[in-house]
Write a protein that binds this ligand. Structure first.
Ligand code: P61
Length: 468
């Protein structure tokens, strides 16, 4: 079947309150047209993120009741440790409350000022944590990763040529580790091939540089390997995962994605030299090493979720559901980033709204209209999130892509709700010229997308936008 139906039935339901367009219009005005400030209760289909928004299984919920809340040596920690070792294969397992803490512990231990950390594309928290150590976070994905139309099976791959050039340019002693993000979130949820990972390992062996994975969406990446890399067509997903991680020295993990939990993460690695310093820091900022900022019950849910995430039937449905919505949109003529990735659909706002100049935030205008007209919440990934000020002219430097991400939570929405989303966007696309741009009225110096405020652009009110 092209689009497998749900491999689960629904045991508990969470009613969604329907709102009117008038109500959403008022909420938007109150929120300064910033969707982070709209109450989630007033959203019909919430595609803001796939992080921490998964529905847990009955097996995970049952696991919560087996939570051992002992301060030290909780049995749930041992279950997590055993599960992580069996999938990822690394010696040390350090639980954290979410992914960015794993990043912080790792980088604050091994990255020093002036160093350089290459990645295919850093996610924003990873970049921020590298830069916090006053090191350079360098993105080295293949150049096709930046072309929204180029269809490659493994568009998340590392550019090995540029990686080797970088090693020569900055010196191996200034590269404490190389990271690979699977799947590549900032590049559209695109997978990395086993072959590319193997070649990266071989290259790094020559320079004795450690390789780490940002493993948030590892199960989805493994499914793409099985689907697209012929040598793995008949390999069980767990075997694929074990081989993939065997090429690395460790990983950071936000279990809020492929751990199928609402909170949790970990850092795992082999090197005994780092464990003492990292554990000391963990105790300082998170807690004792057998709970790392989480309750025993959270550890149990995470252990069970990691096992479930590699279930092939689940993944076939999961990847199929994202593809289902993407293909409906494409069929309806809506411009989207290609190929369709593992966890989200990205609307190409520049092509959707060619009449709105970048200075009027077409991505944000599209996200706002989607919410106002249909109760659907996505997130702008474009000028608002990544636009930078030129330090000399103070003009905005626009990022290459202007996108609206529709991230699909795991096991939460039915295909009928996905159909609703696709049909709404197709309808909106037909009357796209009625959508107006936005004028920025307030911005914070850093991570401005969380707190920015806007007003709607009106021809009669040609006030200067503050970014101009
Ligand atoms: C997301 F706007 N992702 O995609 P933590 N690595 C990778 C991630 O995708 C990721 C983390 C590390 C989110 C949540 C999010 O400014 C933002 O458990 C590839 O969230 O700490 C998270 O994992 C960090 C969205 C996070 C944001 C920060 O929606």
């Amino acid at each position: 079947m092209k689009f497998p139906s749900e491999p689960f039935k629904i045991k508990v339901v969470e009613p969604i309150r329907r709102t009117t367009r008038e109500e959403r219009d008022r909420l938007l005005r109150e929120a300064g047209y910033n969707l982070f400030h709209v109450p989630a209760e007033s959203v019909y289909v919430d595609l803001l993120t796939d992080s921490g928004t998964s529905a847990m299984s009955d097996r995970q919920w049952a696991g919560l009741m087996l939570g051992d809340e002992s301060y030290a040596g909780s049995r749930n920690y041992y279950h997590l440790e055993e599960t992580v070792q069996s999938i990822f294969g690394y010696k040390h397992v350090i639980p954290t409350h979410q992914g960015r803490m794993a990043e912080n512990l790792l980088f604050s231990t091994i990255v020093k000022p002036g160093m350089c950390v290459p990645n295919n594309i850093h996610f924003d928290t990873t970049r921020a944590n590298v830069e916090h150590q006053r090191a350079e976070a360098l993105d080295l994905a293949i150049k096709e990763a930046y072309d929204p139309h180029c269809e490659l099976p493994f568009k998340g791959n590392m550019d090995l040529h540029r990686l080797e050039e970088t090693i020569h340019r900055v010196g191996r002693e200034n590269i404490p580790l190389v990271m690979i993000t699977i799947t590549n979130n900032s590049g559209g949820g695109q997978p990395v091939s086993m072959e590319n990972i193997r070649q990266t390992r071989l290259l790094l062996n020559r320079y004795r540089i450690p390789l780490f994975f940002d493993a948030c969406r590892f199960a989805e990446n493994c499914f793409f390997i099985k689907e697209r890399e012929p040598a793995y067509a008949n390999t069980p997903l767990l075997t694929i995962a074990r081989e993939l991680f065997s090429y690395g020295d460790g990983c950071t993990m936000s279990a809020k994605k492929d751990g199928l939990v609402n909170i949790g993460g970990f850092l795992s690695f082999n090197d005994d030299r780092w464990v003492q310093e990292i554990t000391n820091m963990l105790i300082l900022v998170e807690g004792f090493p057998t709970y790392g900022g989480l309750a025993g019950r959270d550890l149990e849910a995470m252990a069970r979720g990691l096992e479930e995430a590699l279930d092939e039937e689940y993944l076939r449905f999961r990847i199929g559901q994202v593809r289902y919505m993407g293909e409906l949109l494409e069929g309806g003529g809506v411009p989207i980033l290609k190929p369709i990735g593992g966890h989200a659909i990205y609307l190409n706002a520049k092509a959707f709204l060619p009449h709105i100049p970048l200075s009027q935030f077409p991505g944000q205008a599209l996200a706002v209209t989607l919410y106002r007209d249909y109760g659907i919440r996505g997130v702008e990934i474009g000028t608002l999130m990544f636009g930078k000020k030129d330090p000399v002219t103070s003009r905005t430097i626009h990022p290459e892509l202007e996108l609206v991400r529709l991230a699909i939570p795991r096991r939460v929405y039915t295909n009928m709700q996905m159909t609703y989303v696709a049909e709404s966007i197709i309808e909106l696309h037909r009357r796209r010229e009625l959508i107006r741009g936005l004028v920025l009225t307030h911005e914070a110096p850093a991570l401005r997308h969380f707190t920015a405020r806007f007003r709607e652009f009106q021809e009669s009110l040609q006030l200067q936008p503050i970014t101009a």
